[in-house]
Design a protein around this ligand. Structure first.
Ligand code: DAH
Length: 353
């Protein structure tokens, strides 16, 4: 009886040895452990025969069982080390990084061409000693028109051009309705109301006009307003400031041309052209063969504007200007349709990154 049981134990051990030799993964290792050494495993099952043995045979079987268990455990452990090592090796092979391979290029965004243009315009004026101010896009008629010497009868106030904001019936009936500002000039009024001369600032921002949209018109666009107020400000200073700006922006070879014009809030007023940078002033389709392109309006601040903010026009004088960054950006980048600036087509935008 005991000899038979010991023989069976030896067979179990051999069987285990063969099975362990043939396994290929750590998961299988556990299954084999359970099959041979588990609580209901082959060795334990055999040990239930113990109670049928004589007292002197019992320890013999116990001893053999421990020997077999020890042996199987030892083979399992050895196999585990082997399998672990080869699995680690596999993993290292799979995860190996070739540091000499080119990386995946990350796409980074860029500033909108118009934002770039506005930032460049601002930078130059900041270097010329101008501060940067902000006004309100939703304005009232007084700041947008009346205070700027634009009378009620002026065509610019027409509903055709101006977006009126219906905020309440009370405001709608008043003669100071809420509007979307049609230009950045009301910032002049707001800043002057809140400070005393001398002052020198630019005010970039959005403006709105009830325009029919086409290649050169949009219902929302930008302006950069400028104002300098001090004692004895001259038109020569206006010319010098704008020329210094143009040389910094376009290069020292460009010139400016001041054409007499009319704006209600300046007297005298001028429309200002810069040498066409496409043809260096020789004449081309962009400048319609004139050699010049218009980029801004300017002039000496009208006494009525000073009066409306409580400044004494006998004591102070000043110059103002307003430029159109859309036009400046379009000329610079040869963009022939203003709508491209607002469609957010990445095929267009990524040319400027
Ligand atoms: N506000 C004018 C416009 O919308 C532009 C302008 C012209 C602004 C002359 C000025 C200026 O400050 O002096 O078209």
């Amino acid at each position: 009886m005991i000899a038979n049981l010991i023989n069976q134990l030896e067979n179990i051990c051999k069987e285990a040895e063969i099975e362990i030799a043939s396994i290929a993964s750590l998961a299988q290792l556990n299954e084999i452990n359970i099959k041979f050494l588990g609580r209901k495993g082959l060795v334990s099952k055999l040990m239930s025969e113990m109670r049928n043995l004589s007292p002197e045979d019992k320890p013999k079987l116990g001893q053999k069982a421990n020997e077999v268990k020890g042996k199987i455990t030892e083979i399992l452990e050895k196999k585990e080390v082997e399998l672990q090592a080869s699995e680690d090796e596999e993993k290292i092979k799979k995860d190996k990084i070739d540091v000499s391979l080119p990386g995946t290029q990350q796409k980074i965004g860029g500033l909108h061409p118009l934002t770039q243009t506005i930032n460049e315009i601002i930078d130059i004026f900041v270097h010329l000693g101008f501060t940067v101010e902000e006004g309100k896009e939703i304005e009232d008629e007084w700041h947008t028109f009346d205070a700027l010497n634009i009378p009620k009868s002026h065509p610019a106030r027409d509903v055709q051009d101006t977006f009126f904001v219906k905020s309440s019936p009370e405001i709608d009936c008043s003669d100071n309705q809420t509007v979307l500002r049609t230009h950045t000039s009301p910032v002049q009024v707001r800043v002057m109301q809140n400070s005393t001369p001398p002052l020198r600032f630019i005010a970039p921002g959005r403006v709105y006009r009830n325009e029919t949209i086409d290649a050169s018109h949009y219902s929302m666009f930008h302006q950069v307003e400028g104002l300098y107020v001090n004692e004895n400000v001259t038109f020569a200073e206006l010319k010098g400031t704008l020329l210094a700006w143009a040389h910094a922006y376009y290069g020292p070879e460009v010139d400016l041309r001041f054409r007499p014009s009319y704006f209600p809030f300046t007297e005298p007023s001028a429309e200002v052209d810069v040498t066409c940078t496409m043809c260096s002033g020789k004449g081309c389709s962009v400048c319609k063969q004139t050699g010049w392109v218009e980029i801004l309006g300017a002039g000496m601040v009208h006494p009525n504007v000073f009066k409306s903010v409580g400044y004494d026009p006998e004591k102070v004088s000043g110059f103002a200007f307003g430029m159109g960054p859309e036009r400046i950006a379009m000329l610079k980048h040869r963009i022939n349709d203003i709508r491209l600036l607002y469609e957010n087509d990445t095929r267009f935008l990524k040319q400027f990154v």
